[in-house]
Design a protein around this ligand. Structure first.
Ligand SMILES: [Zn+2]
Length: 244
């Protein structure tokens, strides 16, 4: 049984209370790119196993399993299977301290473990945000279509820290929209520097209005404060400057 494989093969329909395929792919890449710099070796191996048992197998964050069974997925440097409780529990502190997992309760040898996504782990989140914003500053023009490609759409959502660019409200994967800074009606295109994350409300209210003017109207309506207005204005202008 594997939730992700069943989705890929079209055997089942995606469920709203489970991880989406797109998110699963992105979070998997974050483990290699970012989390590996925070937790090392054995602890990372255990996280890998738990990530697999939770999100890959069931699509959910929770997994109930005894530690020895987690260890059974991992080989020691000498090639032995690590299948005793102690060897695994000794390697857990970095995962718990970094809030990679939460162990909710232990009962009859099994643990109820909540596996946090790399983008939710504070130290990892910080790395992601730092690097993605550096990427934004140094990136070369990219002609790819970020509007229709599902995976690229999510990259824009991550880049914008999962907030509406115009009113800074948190947006979810099933409710956000991508707004064209320069509207299509005025020659705007689907490149990433012309796209920002937006809530549905702002997107509908903005229509073909100029992005900075619209941001100002949100400030006047007290949806954002002055600091936020200036910061977001900079952000949008930075994106616009990359369009050429
Ligand atoms: Zn908004």
């Amino acid at each position: 049984m594997s939730y992700i494989l069943d989705i890929v093969s079209g055997k089942i329909e995606p469920r709203a209370d489970r991880i989406t395929l797109e998110r699963y792919i992105i979070e998997s890449s974050y483990i290699t790119k970012y989390l590996s710099r925070i937790v090392k070796d054995n602890a990372l191996a255990i996280y890998h196993v738990l990530f697999h048992l939770s999100y890959f197998q069931t699509g959910k964050a929770e997994v109930v399993i005894p530690w020895a069974k987690v260890g059974a997925f991992i080989c020691s440097d000498q090639g032995n299977i690590i299948d005793d409780n102690k060897t695994v529990t000794r390697r857990l502190p970095p995962l718990i301290q970094n809030q990679c997992i939460t162990v909710n309760r232990q009962r009859s040898g099994a643990n109820e473990i909540v596996v946090h996504l790399p983008s939710e782990i504070p130290a990892c989140k910080e790395l992601i945000e730092k690097e993605e914003s550096t990427l934004l500053r140094t990136e070369k023009p990219d002609d790819a279509d970020y509007y229709t490609d599902q995976e690229r759409r999510l990259m824009v959502l991550e880049r914008d820290n999962r907030k509406c660019t115009y009113c800074l409200v948190d947006v979810a994967e099933d409710s956000y929209v991508l707004d064209h800074i320069v509207p299509i009606s005025k020659g705007g295109i689907n490149k990433k520097f012309n796209l920002v994350t937006s809530c549905q409300e702002c997107n509908q209210r903005k229509r073909d209005e100029d992005a900075i003017k619209f941001l100002l109207s949100n400030y006047r309506a007290q949806l954002i404060n002055q600091d936020e207005y200036l910061k977001q204005k900079d952000y949008i202008e930075n994106l616009i400057s990359k369009q050429n």
